[in-house]
Design a protein around this ligand. Structure first.
Ligand code: ACO
Ligand code: KIV
Length: 556
């Protein structure tokens, strides 16, 4: 047997924070959002976006409501540089939107980045260098002091060389990221952030953004929250600092890490649409924003047409949004199993337009993000009668009596079992029509004439039994009762009409009626029938014939 690899790994150190406050807090407002789709998301694509795609994506981000957008790494490639120039030269950046660019702490790269930014109104210049012990050891081969120097030198260089840009009217803010923050000793992260802040000298009007990335997610979300709270409570100029989060998703808990770190005091969140980004991705901003919405907090981002956002994202990035992705996935407003379908139908019927959202199994009204009610219930062999009735009602206007649900539910269930597949609404509708409406044997109704005299109705009906024509007549207190009595003279096995209901199928003059009847046979079987006709008098008669045909077909 292979030995377990567990001895290769180490526990992640916890943070000594006995007075931690975040577990007792609740979220009350949305953070400042920054999209890094066009940088961190884009750098992780097998085929990065071209300039036209980046422009389309940028416009999508603006339409969603992002006010801070990291547009690229202009010193890294000509495409990145040209894209940023086009945004500025073609006046595509709204006055209230800041573009953010990323740059290593290197003079040549800073100079090139400043060139890219000429003429922009609002800029966030994002400098980073990595700080963790492993990065210091393997990548930089440097001690702590040298790492601090890389950062402070770059900030001083930027401060000096951004003067002409600022003089020409560009508002320049600094964002500094100690990359690999969550793997760095907290005292060292604090030291380097303080040193950078000393050089930049932020003010109340121009705060410094200290972005504390979980470059790789190694720890549980509570440890991340502790790290952020520790920084928030130790930074000496917290009032002049915007504390920003940038989580990745290596353990699958990027959303949780962000939410807990917001409780821990962070002000700002970087992430991408649908979590695109290096390896397992960046934080999915759509999820965090819509999670806030479902708690009654306005996220300040507009996801009211999520299908369009997803379509643009998939086309530009050539990535797919998985079917189970919260809010955006194809299947997330879909219930397959019977008990869920039943509960959804019942609670949805009770949902009042202005009341707090209380529909079971669906934490957010799909309409709020432009998604359709239609796809909510899908039918397979695990589905129940409630779901089938829901589909027939919502998709085809057939309001089956409650007592009929069991029968049609079993019919559709057996069909799904036989076909070993999910059934589309059309297949369910066809099954209903075949079973109830199109059945014309052994009995079929021909002409029908009813004459009312006072409270008494006399009918004459043309009935075909296995193709053989019979004329029958009967008397009753209405056409249906008269027809029942007429059928009683036709040598059919005895039956009793238990109930019948009827509703119109469409609105207006051309509307048809649909009737449902339930009969009981002499051997104790209950059976439903249904009939559709333009003539509201004929619909229940057809329903009765349908029920009798079904009792005759199922007779052993
Ligand atoms: C966590 C993140 O996502 S960070 C962003 C990552 N994104 C990218 O890297 C995409 C864009 N980058 C690039 O195109 C290139 O890396 C460039 C153009 C920026 C730089 O290219 P190059 O200089 O040719 O290569 P490279 O990035 O490998 O540079 C490595 C050198 O920079 C140093 N370095 C790496 N990061 C930084 C930094 N943030 N600040 C200063 N120096 C750095 C390394 O120590 C190494 O130094 P050495 O040559 O003395 O060993
Ligand atoms: C540059 C930084 C913020 C980054 O992308 C990361 O650490 O993941």
């Amino acid at each position: 047997m292979k030995s377990s690899p567990v001895s290769k790994y180490r526990p992640f150190p916890s943070v000594n924070l006995p007075e931690r406050q975040w577990p007792n807090r609740t979220l009350e407002r949305a953070p400042t959002w920054c999209s890094v789709d066009l940088r961190d998301g884009n750098q992780a694509l097998a085929q990065p976006m071209n300039v036209a795609e980046k422009i389309e994506f940028f416009e999508l981000l603006v339409a969603i409501g992002f006010k801070e957008i990291e547009v690229g790494f202009p010193s890294a490639s000509q495409i990145e540089f040209d894209f940023i120039r086009r945004l500025i030269d073609e006046n595509r950046i709204p006055a209230d939107v800041s573009i953010q660019i990323l740059c290593q702490c290197r003079e040549d790269l800073i100079t090139r980045s400043l060139e890219a930014l000429q003429g922009a109104k609002n800029v966030i210049f994002h400098l980073y260098n990595s700080t963790s012990p492993a990065q210091r050891r393997y990548v930089f081969n440097a001690e702590r002091a040298d790492i601090v120097k890389i950062a402070t030198h770059a900030v001083a260089f930027l401060k000096e060389h951004a003067r002409p840009l600022i003089a020409a009217g560009t508002r320049v803010r600094l964002e500094y990221s100690p990359e690999s923050f969550t793997s760095t000793e907290l005292d060292f992260s604090l030291e380097i952030c303080e040193a950078v802040t000393d050089v930049w000298q932020p003010s109340a009007e121009n705060k410094i953004i200290l972005n504390l990335p979980a470059t790789v997610e190694y720890a549980t979300p509570n440890v991340h929250a502790d790290q952020i709270e520790w920084m928030c409570t130790h930074l000496t100029r917290r009032d002049l600092t915007v504390v920003s989060l940038h989580t990745h998703n290596d353990r699958g808990t990027g959303v949780a890490a962000t939410e807990l770190a917001l409780l821990a005091g962070a002000d700002r969140v970087e992430g991408t649409l649908f979590g695109n980004g290096e390896r397992t991705g960046n934080l999915d901003i759509v999820i965090v924003a819509l999670n806030l919405l479902t708690h009654g907090i306005d996220p300040g981002l507009d996801f009211s047409d999520l299908n369009h956002i997803r379509e643009t994202y998939e086309r530009c990035t050539r990535m797919d949004v998985p079917a189970r992705q919260p809010y955006a996935g194809e299947l997330v407003f879909t219930a397959f199993s019977g008990s869920h379908q039943d509960a959804i139908k019942k609670s949805w019927e009770k949902q009042q337009p202005d009341a707090p959202w209380d529909v079971l199994y669906i934490p957010l009204d799909p309409a709020d993000i432009g998604r359709s009610y239609k796809a909510i219930i899908r039918i397979n062999s695990q589905s129940g009668k409630g779901g089938v009735a829901y589909i027939l009602e919502k998709e085809f206007g057939l309001v089956l009596p409650k007592a009929m649900h069991k029968e049609i539910g079993k019919l559709v269930n057996d069909l799904a079992d036989n076909l070993k597949t999910e059934l589309t609404p059309e297949q369910i509708h066809e099954a209903f029509l075949d079973e109830y409406i199109r059945r014309a044997a052994p009995l079929a109704l021909g002409e029908f004439l009813a004459l009312a005299r006072g409270h008494e109705v006399t009918c004459q009906a043309e009935l075909f039994w296995n193709g053989e024509r019979r004329l029958i007549s009967g008397v009753g207190n209405g056409p249906v009762a008269a027809f029942v009595h007429a059928l009683g003279t036709a040598d059919l096995p005895p039956f009793k009409l238990l109930s019948y209901t009827q509703h119109s199928l469409e609105q207006g003059e051309e509307s048809r009626a649909v009737s449902y009847v339930e009969v009981k046979t002499a051997d104790g079987r209950n059976c439903f029938g249904a009939g559709i006709d333009e003539n509201i008098e004929r619909a229940p008669l057809k329903a009765l014939v349908s029920a009798l045909n079904r009792t005759l077909a199922s007779k052993s």
